[in-house]
Design a protein around this ligand. Structure first.
Ligand code: GDP
Length: 842
């Protein structure tokens, strides 16, 4: 009102009323301000929103900063509003905080609830299990009781029976009853752990309290004890025990004797499945029998039988081989049989002219006789004699082909032609060939070859053969003999006629109308044509389009090519043909059978493949430790020469492997790491490098990358086209592995006459050389009463005062042993030398 007052104020007209107001701001700050109120209300533009919002804008209350035209009353009103707003705000914050707290409490409560519920659920499950178990126990007990009652108290059977249902009740209810405070038990463990487990496990939250009335295991288990809580781990252990017990109980209860079907081999897991036993138990049982196998390994049917018996089941042996039943094995009727050409194999000692003879026969009969005359090497060919008989020759000469075929059960040869060179007579392989032919029960015809040679002495051959119980006709026996020359062609026709005659005697027959069966003579993977097999049809007729299975392969005849390189539509008995249309390369000696459908062919092939695999696996698994040890021991002293063989055809590869396996003795042997058909590849070189072996190419070459790799890695590649050269070379190499023989030569004896002690030298023997010489460098043995008491070397050999190299018999000398002093007069010194002798494999 006064001017004084006005000093402090803006001194508005109308005399404003002034006063003090205490302003309070957020964060507890306060400020006293002077306010003036005007009586007159003036309209002023409203200050900006933030002023009205308050929130600690101090210039509002400051009259100096007050916008012009705001009266005191207005100001006061605003301040009140401001304060009210502040109070409201604080209130609101407090409320929110409270709500938040409540919500948190609620969340916590829910979490606890969920957790408790989950635990409770687990406990209920356990209780159920326990209950089932108790029921079972009770049932068994009841049954026993029943039996007892029936046996013991026949007079009162009813009573015993009546006890029956009553008995299990307490047993099963007892643990379930103490549910007088159902929730409590469930909650308690939960509460105990709320603090540390709070955040998780609230997934059961939505279920509410539905289960609250249920029994908990805690109650069931702890029952009256009340006190200590079980730990979670202990609960788990208990559960596990119960489950096992329950399973064990179930097993003994439901033990069913099963008929377990077992093929020749079975995987352990599958065996367990078929017995409905646990794999672990089966493996354990096998271990008890000393067989360390895993569940994925195969065991043979005999082992499986023992296991099956042990588990109390019954074995039913089945043969998957049933799939092979579709192969037609019905015997031919007599009236269906027709004569067939004989199949001839030429055997004999190396260089006696087998190949030359085969070529001579072929050239004489095929090249000259056929138009075009292109001969093709397919492993066999047919010729027709002048008398019109057809003969089938296998043109893989040698014993390997014959024996490997026979080993596979494919006896294809009807007649053996034994070639003996007239200038060489009977040799080791001649004798071997005789043995093979006799063992196979195949008749022989002797071809005395090289009769063109001046040195030829056919009679010597005949007499030689007598020693091996081959009595030729000229020696009044029944084995035909023909003098031939592969070079001049002399006697070839006679030989063929002799074969024809022999085959007539044999009365060889086959049924050309049935489904074909035959033997693989050679097989190879042809770059252009895929897998190709030369098959000698043995029975029936093989036709284009036929579906067949051959060994572990199958196929559909896409084309048939005969020995003249011509395409043919079919091949009858004893006819060799190349078969195209295989899905894989079979092996020489595999048997081919025509079947009705592709599915059958595939099934049989797959079965055979699997059977072969299983057999190998089972054989591997059955190896006992003893066997392994024995093998390791045997191997210790044997040096091995590893080689890797690649050949042009399967037949050659097999022949080489067999020849290689024969090389060696107890100390050295050749190990064929791999023998395959086709060019030498980088993979072969890699394998060879890894095992430090050379690569042998028989009529095949290394491809460029293999050659490079071999150069880089220092792998030796050797090419051969004659097996015998290969054999000789490998023998020489293997001989190199033979440790040289050490031979001892006694070179002298001396007798100790006196023993002296020489300072600095030790004991010196004064000797007389009684025999031979004493040599300084030689080995010496000290003999006392003819017993060797020391073996070593000489330190000195002295004649008088001089060190000498040698002392002759009859002379005296001084001798001292290296590192040995116990010498006495009368001892004898034996002087010997060792000689190393190189040995050769024969
Ligand atoms: P294989 O090892 O038994 O197959 O014998 P070969 O057919 O390779 O022949 C070995 C050697 O004997 C070759 O040098 C042939 O030329 C030779 N030879 C084979 N048959 C005769 C023959 O009838 N007369 C003569 N003089 N040499 C022959």
């Amino acid at each position: 009102m006064s001017d004084n007052d006005g000093k402090k104020t803006l001194g508005l007209r109308g005399g404003p009323r002034s006063g003090q107001v205490k302003q309070s701001f957020s964060h507890g700050r306060t400020k006293s301000v002077v306010v003036e109120t005007k009586r007159k209300r003036v309209v002023v533009p409203k200050p900006s929103g933030k002023g009205a919002g308050g929130g600690g804008n101090p210039h509002l209350g400051d009259p100096s900063k007050r916008p012009a035209g705001i009266s005191d009353a207005e100001m006061e009103r605003r301040l009140r509003a401001l304060q009210a707003a502040k109070a409201n705000e604080a209130e609101e914050a407090a409320r929110r905080e409270k709500e938040e707290r409540e919500r948190e409490v609620e969340r916590q409560r829910r979490r606890e609830e969920a957790e408790a519920k989950e635990r409770e659920q687990r406990e209920i499950e356990e209780a159920a299990r326990r209950k089932a178990e108790e029921e079972e126990k009770a049932r068994v007990e009841a049954e026993e009781a029943k039996k007892r009652a029936a046996e013991e108290r026949k007079s009162a059977p009813k009573k015993a029976a009546a006890a029956d249902p009553a008995q299990p009740v307490p047993a099963q209810d007892a643990p379930a009853r103490p549910g007088s405070a159902p929730r409590k038990g469930g909650d308690r463990p939960g509460n105990n752990r709320d603090d540390d487990r709070g955040g998780r496990n609230n997934r059961g939250g939505g279920k509410g309290d539905r289960r609250s009335g249920k029994l908990t295991v805690n109650q069931a288990l702890t029952g009256g004890e009340g006190g200590r809580q079980r730990s979670l781990a202990s609960m788990k252990r208990k559960q596990e025990r119960m489950r096992q017990k329950a399973m064990g109980g179930a097993e003994s209860r439901e033990k069913v004797v099963r008929d377990v079907q077992v093929p020749e081999t079975i995987v352990v897991q599958e065996l367990a499945n078929r017995m409905a036993e646990r794999v672990a138990d089966v493996v354990k049982a096998l271990m008890k029998m000393g067989m360390m196998v895993t569940q994925n390994q195969s065991i043979d049917a005999d082992t499986a039988e023992l296991i099956i018996e042990e588990f109390g089941h019954k074995i039913v042996r089945v043969s998957d081989a049933d799939v092979e039943d579709v192969i037609d094995t019905v015997d031919d009727k007599e009236e269906d049989l027709q004569p067939r050409p004989p199949v001839i194999t030429i055997m004999g000692h190396v260089d006696h002219g087998k190949t030359s003879l085969l070529d001579a026969i072929r050239n004489a009969k095929v090249v000259a006789g056929e138009a075009g005359g292109i001969t093709q090497h397919i492993g066999a060919y047919q010729v027709t004699t002048d008398s019109g008989t057809t003969l089938s020759f296998l043109d893989t000469p040698g014993h390997a082909a014959f024996t490997s075929m026979r080993a596979r059960g494919a006896q294809v040869t009807d007649i053996v032609v034994l070639v003996v060179a007239a200038d060489d007579a009977v040799m080791p392989q001649t004798i071997e060939a005789i043995a093979h032919a006799k063992a196979a029960g195949v008749p022989m015809i002797v071809a005395i070859n090289k009769c063109d040679k001046p040195a030829a002495d056919p009679m010597k051959v005949r007499t030689d053969l007598l020693q091996h119980e081959v009595i030729v006709e000229q020696m009044s026996g029944d084995v035909q003999d023909v003098e031939v020359s592969a070079h001049t062609g002399q006697g070839l026709d006679e030989l063929l006629e002799a074969i024809a005659l022999q085959s007539e005697i044999l009365e060889l027959k086959a049924n050309p109308t049935r489904a074909a069966s035959g033997a693989v003579i050679e097989a190879q993977l042809d770059v252009g044509r895929g897998p190709v097999a030369t098959v000698l049809v043995q029975n029936g007729t093989l036709k284009q389009g036929d579906i067949f299975v051959v060994g572990e392969q199958w196929g559909k005849v896409r084309a048939l090519v005969n020995d003249k390189g011509e395409r043919v539509k079919e091949a009858g008995p004893s006819v060799p043909v190349e078969v195209l249309g295989l899905n894989g390369t079979p092996e020489a000696g595999d048997v081919l059978n025509v079947v009705d459908t592709e599915a059958q062919a595939r099934e049989i092939a797959e079965y055979r493949e699997q059977a072969a695999k299983d057999k190998r696996a089972a054989a591997g698994a059955a190896t006992t430790l003893d066997q392994l040890l024995a093998k390791a021991k045997a191997d210790e002293n044997v040096s091995e020469l590893p080689i890797l063989v690649k050949a042009d055809v399967q037949g050659s590869a097999e022949a080489i492997v067999q020849a290689m396996e024969k090389i060696g003795n107890d100390e050295v042997r050749v190990r064929v790491l791999h023998a395959g058909v086709g060019a030498i590849t980088e993979t072969d070189v890699g394998l060879a490098e890894a095992s430090g072996s050379p690569v042998i190419g028989f009529n095949v070459r290394a491809n460029a990358s293999a050659r490079n790799a071999a150069n880089q890695k220092g792998v030796e590649i050797r090419y051969y086209s004659v097996i015998y050269d290969l054999v000789d070379d490998v023998k020489a190499a293997a001989s190199g592995l033979l440790s040289a023989e050490i031979r001892e030569n006694f070179i002298g004896y001396s007798e100790i006459k006196e023993v002296f002690k020489v300072s600095g030298v030790g004991k010196v023997a004064g000797c007389l050389v009684t025999e031979g010489v004493a040599r300084r460098s030689a080995g010496v043995r000290l003999l006392r009463d003819n017993v060797v008491i020391h073996e070593g070397t000489l330190k000195t050999l002295k004649r008088f005062k001089d060190e000498v190299a040698e002392v002759q018999s009859g002379q005296e000398c001084g001798m001292a042993f290296e590192n040995y002093d116990d010498i006495r007069p009368g001892d004898v010194i034996e002087i010997f030398e060792r000689e190393e002798i190189e040995r050769k494999l024969d």
